[in-house]
Design a protein around this ligand. Structure first.
Ligand code: ADP
Length: 759
């Protein structure tokens, strides 16, 4: 049997139960009826008349007599001639004759032949008048009307036979007895007819139910076709949305690039105060607009299923540390204690999408800082479950902020939902962050949830599954067994630092205040001196500097290595540290790898007391390069040129891919920034040609893509065309510089390995 409908929604559960075809059902019914009339009824008719022939014979011999073979055979010839004729007629014409049912015609004719049998077997003396009841009985399961018709017909035919015998053959008929027989036939038939009523009612009910289910199936089929059409339409709409977004992102990001870059350039020129303020405000608005555009784009990309997660190895602690560091300044400016609590059991290296994980953490920690006025924000990561293939890592972001009312706790995960819309004015935001994070966490195999008490704070939780990666070597032997004193008034920070130090197999002691620290230093004395002190700067009562001054004044601790951890990046503190002979000055929260590096340097005697800044440095004379920028938009051209020139590089411009090809051949270009979309010849094609040419010459020029497209697959397309790296517009000097660092390093290592091979 064929399916009811061929829907593409193969997983729709109803298709399994409605596995039938209405037309097929009707066709099947007609086939069964034809088989009954063409084959089954004629066979039964034949059997019936054979039986009747036997009965007639017995009747003639034993009851009525005289039995004459010739006469008997003559009658049977007539009867079986009729049987053969009816079979042939039904077989040939049953399906063709439609004005009348041939089956019914022969059922009626049967009665005539029954009458003939009764007549032959003795007429009014025959006991075979009961044969009529056989027809009534076999029709009992049809309709009441039909049985009634056969009842009248049977009684009528019997009476007709009696009339014929009496009038034509002039036989003496004892009418009271004969009419009683006719009445017997009639009333017995009526009784059977009445029983057929119940059957008929039941059948009617079944038919009504059948009809109802047929109607339902028909309606379902129509609905499914409709749904299928709507699904196709929706899919087309989603695709159109995706394409629209790709184009929109390009169109909006290109001018945004110009606005942001040019404002930055203008801000770097000489301006009066009012101009500076106005331009500063313009830049702030442009930055905010870019955040919103990126959020909308990101959310739509995820919704359109265009986000593919990377599966690359990364250092978990560093990614977490990096992301919180971005926000540390915001927390410090609000005087919030900002801590990172990493499970010592976390594998150092894992496989996953570091950028997307960072995005979720940034959103949650960003919110925590935004909605907290006093107290602390703690990000913790714990190893939950581990097997050979990977591990579940549980993240929690806890704050002591305004909290979220219970009735809003579910809603905030939806698009554009904010717990309290009046806070928008106070705190800003679009209400997209959590919606994006929820989906990203889902893609990473977890679920984002919140626990919160209004007025006391919130904790956002999520768990992600990260793949296993070859583990990194543990810190050098140099740190093993080292005696370290960790001093911090914040117990969370204290716990984190202690966990890290324990991971490195150091011997740890902790102190919650400056006074306690000095006491511990005194107790340790010369017998078991500490080799390293990790000291918090801001502490109530006695701050870090006081502790250092006192420690330095004692002979047993005068030379101890001290590292200062500060919540605020202040140049005055850094200067004071230098004066006091503090080996390293770090801004919290500190990444594990960074702390390790600093500890090693501090113990090795290397002084680095100024914290790193994000400023883009001018390239040293030896690193200055001849750079070709291929870009068709004049504003973006100017932007890239001035950023690169400020870094000390020499810059040439090409307005199309074709021009870039020409210039690269004629000049000694050392690196190319290549826009992807350009007239005449796009950046991908130009790169392909350059790479094809290089196959022969054996050289490799670093090419970095610049594109306003931010859809998934863009990066892959650039790399596939032969580009070495990729920056998304709007570009910044910092982005250009770090992309250049990456590709130059890569090119050097490629060159080195090529040189090694040729040796
Ligand atoms: P946005 O922060 O841009 O408004 P989000 O989707 O990130 O958008 O957050 C949605 C809403 O959830 C916020 O507007 C705020 O009302 C609530 N919220 C999120 N995080 C916190 C938090 N840590 N404390 C209090 N409220 C929060």
């Amino acid at each position: 049997m064929t399916k009811l409908w061929t829907s593409q929604t193969a997983d729709w559960p109803l298709t399994a139960t409605l596995d039938m075809d209405l037309e097929e059902f009707e066709r099947d019914k007609a086939r069964r009826s034809a088989f009954l009339n063409e084959v089954q009824v004629p066979i039964l008719r034949l059997l019936g008349f054979v039986l009747l022939a036997g009965l007639t014979l017995l009747h003639k011999v034993f009851i009525t007599g005289p039995f004459l073979w010739k006469e008997f055979l003559f009658f049977q010839a007539i009867i079986f001639g009729y049987v053969a004729f009816s079979w042939l007629a039904l077989f040939l014409f049953y399906r063709k004759v439609t004005i009348i049912s041939l089956g019914l015609v022969f059922l009626v004719l049967d009665l005539l032949f029954y009458t003939l049998v009764i007549y032959y077997s003795g007429g009014e003396k025959s006991w075979l008048f009961f044969v009529y009841l056989a027809r009534i009985a076999d029709q009992a399961n049809t309709t009441f009307k039909r049985v009634l018709f056969f009842t009248h017909l049977s009684a009528g035919l019997y009476i007709l036979m009696l009339v014929y015998l009496s009038w034509i053959e002039r036989r003496p008929i004892f009418w009271p007895a004969e009419l009683s027989k006719a009445a017997l036939i009639y009333f017995s038939s009526l009784y059977i007819a009445s029983t057929s009523r119940t059957a008929e009612r039941l059948r009617a009910r079944t038919q009504a139910a059948m009809q109802m289910s047929k109607d339902l199936i028909r309606q379902l089929r129509e609905k499914s076709v409709q749904l299928e059409e709507e699904k196709i339409k929706a899919e087309a709409a989603t695709q159109a949305k995706g394409e629209f977004l790709a184009n929109m992102s390009h169109e909006i990001r290109t001018p945004m690039n110009g606005i942001l870059g040019l404002t930055e350039l203008a801000l770097a020129t000489e301006l009066n105060e009012e101009q500076r303020e106005l331009l500063g405000l313009a830049k702030k608005s442009a930055d905010a607009l870019l955040v919103i555009i990126n959020d909308i784009l990101d959310y739509s990309k995820i919704e359109a299923g265009k986000v593919d997660l990377d599966a690359l190895p990364f250092n978990v602690a560093d990614v977490i540390g990096d992301s919180v560091k971005t926000l540390a300044q915001a927390a410090h400016s609000k005087k919030l204690e900002f801590a990172l609590d990493l499970d010592p059991a976390l594998p150092a290296q894992m496989v996953g999408d570091a950028a997307r994980l960072r995005q979720v953490i940034l959103n949650l920690v960003g919110n925590a800082i935004k909605f907290t006025e006093t107290g602390e924000v703690v990000l913790s990561a714990t190893l939950q479950d581990q097997d050979d293939r990977g591990a579940y890592v549980h993240f929690a972001v806890r704050d002591t902020g305004i909290g979220i009312p219970p009735q809003k706790q579910e809603k905030i995960f939806q698009v554009f939902e904010q717990a309290d819309s009046s806070t928008t004015r106070q705190y800003g935001g679009t209400g997209l962050g959590l919606a994006i994070s929820t989906r990203l966490v889902h893609l990473m195999g977890g679920k984002l949830s919140v626990e919160s008490t209004p007025g006391q704070g919130s904790t956002f939780h999520f768990t992600v599954y990260l793949g296993a990666a070859p583990s990194l070597p543990m810190p050098a032997e140099q740190l093993r067994g080292l005696r370290v004193l960790i001093v911090d008034d914040n117990t969370t920070n204290l716990r984190i630092l202690e966990a890290i130090a324990k991971r490195w197999k150091m011997e740890t002691c902790t102190a919650g205040s400056g006074v306690a620290a000095l006491e511990m230093l005194r107790q340790a004395g010369e017998a078991r001196p500490f080799q390293l002190i990790l000291l918090d700067e801001q502490m109530p009562g006695m701050d870090g500097f006081n502790v250092i001054e006192r420690a330095r004044s004692q002979p047993e601790t005068a030379e101890v290595t001290i590292m200062m951890l500060s919540s605020a990046d202040q140049s005055s503190s850094a200067k004071r540290c230098r004066e006091l002979g503090v080996e390293q000055y770090l801004v919290k929260p500190v990444r594990e790898s960074e702390l390790q590096e600093a500890v090693r340097k501090a113990l090795g005697g290397e002084k680095k007391t100024t914290p790193r800044t994000g400023a883009v440095e001018t390239a040293p004379a030896g690193n200055r390069m001849n750079i070709l920028v291929a870009e068709d938009n004049p504003i973006n051209q100017r932007l890239a040129v001035s950023m690169l020139q400020k870094m000390g590089h020499t810059v040439m411009i090409a307005g199309s891919g074709k021009e870039a090809l020409d210039m690269q051949e004629r000049h000694a270009v050392e690196l190319i920034f290549m826009d992807v979309q350009m007239p005449e010849m796009d950046g991908l094609e130009a790169t392909r040609r350059i790479r094809a040419h290089e196959e022969k010459s054996g050289t490799h020029i670093p090419i970095i893509a610049m594109t306003a497209h931010a859809m998934s697959g863009d990066r892959e397309r650039c790399i596939a065309a032969g580009m070495d790296d990729y920056v998304a517009k709007p570009i910044s000097a910092k982005m250009l510089a770090s992309a250049m660092d990456r590709v130059v390093e890569l090119t050097l290592s490629v060159k080195a390995s090529m040189a090694k091979r040729s040796n």
